[in-house]
Design a protein around this ligand. Structure first.
Ligand code: ADP
Ligand code: F6P
Length: 323
């Protein structure tokens, strides 16, 4: 193996740069040439490659986002797009590819692998929805950002005796909401995995006031049904009957733009280096993640349609601790 390429894809996540840095420096240490692909699969199809040396990845371990750029690339979902990407790799004699991204990006990595390209994935998304990695690179930093926001919201909620809905990201996965809700001391948590009606949430808020609380925080996953916007509308409509005042805050992309914390930097560094070592050893077709503190490969092909379940113990604990 002489030349490898690395790309970042899907939603950016704090720690992607640390992973790029580790891929590049570990690759160079083994005598490999490392090419960066700009803007994820879009750049792969278009042939946007750039040679990366040790200084090109200097001063990036502490930076959120991705220096390579990322994209959502509908064309890569098509056979035509994938064939074009494979041709670009062949034209440059690329012997292996590292794909840093979430579950969609790893589905793309699987497609490349099935077309004969040696690929190793690195699980990186704030959503923490890639099976075989707990947690994915970026999720921990995103949680710290959400927690800081929740702590601040509780201060103003308490002063006014208000209830707050706080919407966090996570797409169809409730992990961010569950952990932010538990660690943020929320009175209720709305998850895509556990549908609850607006009336049940209203009852939880009223109960909280009834138990003497001066605030009520409800953490709502963006994929929950009803979602934060629908809940806010419902509560506004029934404000008089429900008897509490409510505000809603959507954290949105603020959660993605943070400086990676130590855990995301370390995970990214370990996985980045391991990805190169796996390619060098001829082991590919896997996504690398951390399981029980160890770098663990999971077959890319096994991810298709796999839903990463929430920890049922944490779900139970969340209910108990909201008291
Ligand atoms: P993430 O990787 O953060 O989950 P997306 O789901 O948007 O983000 O996926 C990123 C990109 O991966 C998509 O824009 C697309 O180019 C590629 N991708 C996603 N799913 C597939 C698939 N089933 N087959 C091929 N490529 C895919
Ligand atoms: O996958 C990461 C994520 O931040 C999700 O939590 C969210 O649903 C989505 O990306 C937002 O995507 P975009 O940045 O394209 O608006």
């Amino acid at each position: 193996m002489k030349r490898v390429a690395v790309l970042t894809s899907g939603g950016d996540a704090p720690g992607m740069n640390a992973a790029i840095r580790a891929v590049v420096r570990r690759g160079l240490s083994l005598g490999l040439e490392v090419l960066g692909v700009r803007n994820g699969y879009t750049g792969l199809i278009a042939g946007e490659f750039v040679a990366l040396g040790p200084r090109d990845v200097g001063g990036i371990i502490e930076r959120g986002g991705t220096i390579l750029g990322t994209s959502r690339c509908p064309a890569f979902r098509t056979p035509r797009g994938q064939e074009a990407a494979v041709r670009q790799l062949q034209d440059r004699d690329v012997d292996g590819v590292v794909v840093i991204g979430g579950d969609g990006s790893q589905a793309g990595a699987c497609a490349l692998s099935q077309r004969g390209v040696p690929v190793v994935g690195i699980a990186s998304t704030i959503d923490n929805d890639v099976a075989g990695s707990d947690p994915t690179i970026g999720a921990t930093t995103a949680l710290d950002i959400a927690l800081e926001a929740i702590d601040r919201l509780r201060v103003t909620a308490s002063s006014h005796g208000r209830a707050f809905l706080v919407e966090v990201m996570g797409r169809r996965c409730g992990y961010l909401a569950l952990i932010a809700g538990i660690a943020g001391g929320a009175e209720a948590i709305m998850l895509p995995e556990v549908p609850q009606s607006a009336e049940v949430v209203a009852a939880a808020i009223r109960d909280a006031y009834g138990r003497g609380k001066s605030h009520a925080i409800v953490v709502v996953a963006e994929g929950a049904e009803p979602n934060a916007a629908a809940l806010a509308e419902y509560f506004a409509h029934h404000a008089e009957r429900l008897g509490f005042e409510l505000r809603a805050t959507r954290l949105g992309h603020i959660q993605r733009g943070g400086t990676p914390g130590v855990s995301d930097r370390m995970t990214a560094t370990l996985l980045g280096a391991a990805a190169i070592e796996q390619l060098q050893a001829g082991m590919h077709g896997n996504v690398l993640g951390m399981l029980n503190g160890k770098v663990t490969p999971t077959a890319l092909a096994s991810l298709a349609g796999a839903v990463k379940p929430l920890d049922p113990q944490l779900l139970r604990l969340a209910r108990v601790l909201a008291e």
